[in-house]
Design a protein around this ligand. Sequence first.
Ligand code: TRP
Length: 334
Amino acid sequence: MKTILTGDRPTGRLHLGHYFGSLQNRVKMQYDYDTFILIADVQALTDNYDNPEKVRNNVKELAIDYLSAGIDPKHSHIYIQSLIPEVAELTVYYSNLVTVSRLYRNPTTKHEVGQKEHLFGSDGEGITYGFLGYPVSQAADITALDGDIVPVGEDQLPHIEQAREIVRKFNNIYGDTFKEPEAVLSKNTRIKGLDGNEKMSKSLGNAIYISDEPEVISKKVMSATTDPNKIKKDDPANPDVCMVYYYHKLFENENLDTICSECKKGERGCVACKKELASIISEYLAPIREKRKYYEEHPEEVERILKEGTEAARNRAKEVMKRVRKNMKLDYFE
Ligand code: TRP
């Protein structure tokens, strides 16, 4: 059976961008693959090294988000990255196979550095070795567990490509050791924010979280960007520039055609349209909120799931590293 290896940084709750971008895919795929989902606390520290408390708290939150969204611990192992020291070891070996200039060219890290002036300076001059190199440790995350398939959002593609390059180089030098992992994107690769921004993101403040309560969802939807040319309730408008319509589409509203034609004819007020959307989203997320409540009330169960998941991941990584050390001629006393 092929292995899925994927995960997220524990830096905040998951939102609809995560859900439609990859989480939903992971939930569907977990039954057909050996699934490992990592909580990337080491990677989260690369740009939160000064805030270990935040990373620590979000490990539990992320685990609960996964479980509430339908990651089933009977089918998937959820594990904590820092508890797999083999990954740190493999990262060191990989670091010889990647040039610094190649890492500087990674568009995703480049973009992130631009958003983190407070940490890395306005021109990125202050970038750390750890942050620049996190795609190398991500390659180790994937390959240390023999990951074949990596369901992720579009922004992660450069990292998977980097991992594939490392694998090719490693196999060339040390002999056939790893398979090249493959990224899997979902149908909706990137989800727009409530404000119309191309990307839903916590830092842009335009996100609906999968754990949001109905009142919060309602308030957020009311603030969503609509056609700016529509001033009065019965002005005709263009649904194609309206975020409310965009989300009606995303949530596969059955009356999409009616909404579209009413909107174009000025027969649909934005307030009513938003109210309808808010209740669709609330209802859609209701089972997730319910499961979250359960796990919040049973922290010992979450802890057990994480412990067991981590143990399974560690066992797998130990086996893989035996192969690596042998091929790298580091198997001294074996
Ligand atoms: N880079 C991913 C993110 O920012 C998290 C991550 C770390 C990851 N290691 C991974 C994703 C391995 C897939 C596979 O969310």
